[in-house]
Design a protein around this ligand. Structure first.
Ligand code: CP
Length: 306
């Protein structure tokens, strides 16, 4: 399906060839870091929730392609504080910009924004639901650091219930051949049924365990996530699970030599900095891959490349 004017809301909307096409364009973007592909275009960055990587990498990507950026990093400075609905806000903002990137705490908010807007909308994270552009940069990172997207054993660790990045990534990887997942989480934070069912329907195998060391020797990629304090309805529940996993050098004797450790970041205490300089840690490179991937998405959706 062509990308021009397309909304990027859910990873379910991507076919395997769509995913591979974005990765191919991203690789081309990485080879030619600066160009004037988006000269005259304006990106609106609407961040109703905190972000460092996603907002800044979209901004940098747009500016490296000679486009302009306007927006906000917190809803505190917007008329949402005066009671304006998201629908009305989008109806206004679409008159000022050519494309919108939105992060919002409500699940389904990006879809609602895309229904309100005539211009393209990109989901930069809607509550615990999805984070499709993170998934594209995760796939790009796996392809670059493992050399393949097929024949992989992927561990996902931590807050699999509220972690939107693992939801989107599991669905995206289910398009590829001979993938097996290991969901490593306490029962209360296990991968939601919707995603387990989606994998089962596609015949993608997965195991669930609370114990990383039971499965760590099998893994090609370990994707760690933060226990997300802000998503817990009950703060006491968060206290029970915070710090439950902490990757440190003791992991190194229980893994394959070419294991890659990924994390969408920010981390709190789930990966010790002592792992940062090991060949296994690719999480900072992963964050950097947000630039070529988000350039590719902006250029595709704005019709600057096919
Ligand atoms: N990975 C990610 O979405 O990071 P930010 O919350 O900093 O954007």
């Amino acid at each position: 399906m062509p990308f021009k004017n397309r909304d990027i809301i859910s990873i379910y909307d991507f076919s395997k060839s769509d995913l591979l096409h974005v990765l191919k364009v991203a690789a081309a973007m990485e080879k030619t870091p600066r160009s004037s592909l988006l000269k005259g275009k304006i990106l609106g960055t609407l961040f109703f929730e905190p972000s460092t990587r996603t907002r800044l990498s979209f901004t940098s990507a747009m500016e490296q392609l000679d486009g302009q950026v306007m927006g906000f990093a917190t809803s505190a400075v917007t008329s949402a504080r005066k009671g304006e609905t998201l629908w009305d806000s989008i109806k206004m903002i679409e008159q000022y910009v050519d494309i919108i990137v939105i992060r919002h705490p409500q699940e389904g908010s990006a879809r609602l924004a895309s229904e309100a807007a005539k211009i393209p909308v990109i989901n930069a994270g809607d509550g615990s639901n999805q984070h499709p552009t993170q998934t594209l940069l995760d796939l790009y990172t796996i392809q670059k650091t493992k050399g393949r997207l097929d024949n992989l054993k992927i561990g996902m660790l931590g807050d699999l219930k509220y972690g939107r990045t693992v939801h989107s990534l599991a669905i995206a990887l289910s398009h590829f051949t001979n993938i097996k997942f290991y969901f490593i989480a306490p029962d209360a934070l296990r991968m939601p049924k919707e995603y387990r069912d989606a994998l089962s329907e596609k015949g993608v195998p997965f195991e669930e365990t609370e114990n990383l060391f039971e499965v760590s020797k099998d893994l090609d990629v370990l994707y760690a996530t933060r226990i997300q304090k802000e998503r817990f309805p009950d703060p006491l529940e968060y206290e029970k699970y915070k710090g439950i996993y902490r990757l440190d050098k003791t992991l190194l004797t229980h893994i394959k030599p070419d294991l890659r450790i990924m994390h969408p970041l920010p981390r709190v205490d789930e990966i010790s900095p002592e792992l940062d300089d090991t060949k296994h840690a690719v999480y900072f490179e992963q964050a950097g891959n947000g630039i070529p991937v988000r350039k590719a998405l902006l250029a595709l959706v704005l019709g600057a490349v096919k």
